[in-house]
Design a protein around this ligand. Structure first.
Ligand code: ADP
Length: 342
């Protein structure tokens, strides 16, 4: 394992006239898992493939430590990068046993060492007893673990996973994800997980990179991206938000649902980005009329109005009734206030 930082600077990829990836910066750190989150078609796989060396960069560069991996017109071959790949369809060879699938990438080792290494990797993913099985005899989750063992067997310093849970049933995902996390954490590699699923990203990531329209919108810890989004589009990637109109005066953003601290935000029009847990019934606050209540299972979604302004929140316990006037309070901080673009 190299233990080196992978650095993407200004990576760009055009297909015809269209930008699939535009001026993307990304840093992958050994021992940390970075989730690249964005909607389908936003350029995630293209960027992952550029890092893997399967796709060129039209502009920008990719380095592993000091070593140049990609620049326009030049790129190190995928197998010479020290990067492990796990694709969404696992891409196991159907005509090779589980063991041979894992030894496949180890042809540089003598036969017996190869076998030992592969068995050790299979043991790590709890599949040593299925070494002689064929891929089609395994469940989706097991196939993924074989693909993981194969990717890890070469001890790559960087591991790239493209939508690793997309082929799995919902009820299997949690278990597979936890297992994958445990194995990846013991490896100490720099890991990039590409996903369109906010929950998967939040569950796995030490660092997040939010992508839309070919661009990286924001990078940071999951908490920072969630609580202090750089834009409504970035905020929306991590879950439902509501945008309240506000006017900033003297460091306070006044919204229809109460004031929000806005120290340092330029005076004038602004938006306040509110998550559904950031408007709550409270003893003190502003009065709002309940306009709707929807049953969501463990909680209710309550819609409220104040004049022409509308908002929603999630209520646990017994919900208010439609028509009732309740007191609500905004619990967002300064970081949720975005000045209007001038
Ligand atoms: P994501 O992984 O986020 O779903 P992709 O990186 O697969 O997005 O695709 C980004 C954009 O680039 C999409 O508009 C897609 O249609 C386009 N694209 C991807 N690969 C190719 C290709 N080989 N040729 C032409 N267009 C492509």
């Amino acid at each position: 394992m190299t233990g080196e930082v992978l650095t993407v600077r200004g990576a760009t990829r055009r297909y015809g006239g269209r930008m699939a990836v535009e001026d993307a910066d990304l840093t992958l750190t050994p021992g940390r898992i970075t989730a690249l989150l964005g909607p389908s078609g936003c350029g995630k796989s293209t960027l992952l493939r550029q890092i893997a060396g399967l796709e060129p960069v039209d502009a920008g560069s990719i380095h592993l430590g000091d070593r140049l991996l990609s620049e326009p017109g030049r790129q190190v071959a995928p197998q010479d990068r020290g990067i492990g790949l796990l694709f969404q369809d696992y891409a196991l060879f159907p005509h090779l046993s589980v063991l041979d699938n894992v030894t496949f990438g180890l042809r540089h080792l003598p036969r017996e060492r190869r076998r030992k290494r592969a068995l050790a990797e299979l043991d790590r993913v709890h599949l040593a007893d299925r070494a002689a099985a064929w891929p089609h005899q395994l469940s989706g989750g097991e196939q993924q673990r074989v693909a993981l063992a194969r990717a890890l067997a070469r001890e790559p310093g960087v591991i790239l996973l493209d939508e690793p849970f997309s082929g799995l049933d919902r009820h299997l995902r949690g278990e597979v994800r936890d297992h994958l996390l445990t194995v990846l954490r013991t490896q100490g590699a720099a890991v990039l997980v590409v996903t369109h699923d906010a929950e998967d990203a939040l569950m796995m990531a030490d660092d997040l990179a939010l992508m839309d329209g070919g661009r990286i919108l924001q990078t940071g810890t999951p908490e920072a991206c969630y609580r202090a989004p750089v834009s409504a589009v970035a905020a929306e990637l991590l879950g439902e938000i509501q945008v309240l109109e506000a006017t900033v005066v003297d460091g306070v953003a006044e919204t229809a649902f109460g004031p929000v601290q806005a120290h340092g935000v330029p005076e004038g029009l602004a938006s306040v980005l509110v998550r559904s847990d950031q408007l709550t019934p409270a003893a003190e606050g502003v009065e709002a009329r309940v306009t709707g209540v929807r049953f969501l299972g463990a909680e209710h979604q309550v819609s409220v109005a104040r004049g022409a302004a509308r908002a929603r929140f999630r209520a646990t316990g017994s919900p208010p009734t439609v028509g009732e006037v309740i007191t609500v309070r905004l619990t967002v901080g300064r970081e949720a206030v975005l000045a209007a673009k001038r």
